[in-house]
Design a binder for this molecule. Structure first.
Ligand SMILES: [Zn+2]
Ligand SMILES: [Zn+2]
Length: 322
């Protein structure tokens, strides 16, 4: 794993040397909150590229013992995190506590919240660097995001006597870790194992093992044996999915979807082999309201297409907690 640190102090970018480290809304019941001591899955954003006001950009939080770990950072990630604090009582998602994040891949619908994740918690008072793990290119993206906000960093840090809230220099540093499959992160709460997925670019799914749960998240991917192997009876599998219903209206997307995404029938077969305790559908080709996007499928259609799956399955909504 290759790690680079990006930190701007005033107008100077300090780059550390390369370091090798070993290192169905109507049909389904509302998600139940689990006790705070137990691992929680918080769906911050279940959306896809369209600007759906009901489904923010892809972002998921795993919360263990008061610590949050994020997977992906799509549009609105920090405000969704704050909504989880205010509306779901999950204090670990307070923006200043967002510190460890994993990127499945670098498509914009999964990463356009990156400046927000670097800057907003820093402005609010985060004092420690952001640790980001992801595919090749995450270091390059990090470097350029930080450079893009050169003026912000400069102005917020120059007048420490006048500007005393937040903006501690260390809090806008980012340690970018470019990963390979295998264990990529481990602490007292969690072991995170990356597995290669099959998408339009280098991409990873992640398995989280915590003291009480095992959780696998697919990111965007074609069906892969690696996902099945990562789950193998895991407690929760969070997987992307496209409906045949939507694809029937989008013949232009068929060739791309056939190699980079997963249909309901493909996911049914995959999940039968993976055997998760709970299958959460996210990044799905649905909309909750026809006025938002009538081309996309209602969630009832999505569930109907998954009817042959014998296990427990739910359609994830933003701010659901499992
Ligand atoms: Zn993608
Ligand atoms: Zn995506």
């Amino acid at each position: 794993m290759r790690t680079r640190q990006f930190l701007r102090r005033g107008a100077v970018v300090a780059l550390s040397a390369l370091i090798l480290t070993t290192a169905a809304q109507a049909q389904q019941a509302p998600a139940q909150q689990t006790p705070a001591q137990q691992t929680q899955v918080v769906l911050l954003g279940t959306g896809t590229p369209p600007a759906d006001p009901d489904r923010f950009g892809a972002a998921t939080a795993i919360v263990v013992n008061g610590t949050a770990y994020l997977v992906d950072f799509g549009a609105g990630v920090v405000r969704r995190a704050k909504a989880a604090v205010v509306d779901r009582g999950i204090a670990a998602l307070d923006p200043v506590k967002l510190r460890v994040v994993f990127a499945t891949h670098l498509h914009s619908d999964h990463t356009v919240g990156y400046p927000d994740l670097i800057l907003t918690p820093w402005v609010l008072g985060r004092r420690v660097p952001l640790e980001v793990y992801g595919p090749s290119g995450i270091a390059h993206m990090t470097e350029h995001v930080i450079e893009a906000y050169r003026e912000d960093f400069a102005t917020r840090t120059k007048d420490r006597k006048l500007y005393t809230v937040g903006a501690f220099a260390e809090g806008h540093a980012v340690n970018a870790h470019e990963i390979k499959p295998g264990v990529v992160y481990k602490d007292a709460n969690v072991t995170v194992t990356a597995f290669a997925t099959k998408h339009a670019m280098e991409s990873y799914g992640y398995r989280f093992d915590t003291p009480d749960r095992s959780i696998v998240i697919s990111g965007d991917t074609n069906p892969t044996q690696a996902t099945i192997d990562a789950c193998r009876g895991c407690d929760v599998l969070i997987h992307e999915v496209l409906t045949h219903d939507w694809l029937s209206r989008r013949p232009d997307f068929h060739a791309y979807a056939a190699v980079h995404h997963t249909t309901t029938s493909q996911l049914t077969e995959l999940a039968k082999q993976a055997k998760p305790g709970l299958l959460i559908l996210y990044h799905a080709s649905i909309s909750w309201r026809p006025a938002v996007d009538s081309e996309r499928s209602p969630q009832a259609v999505l569930l109907k297409e998954m009817a042959a799956y014998p296990g427990r399955v739910v359609v994830g909504r933003d701010l659901d907690v499992y």
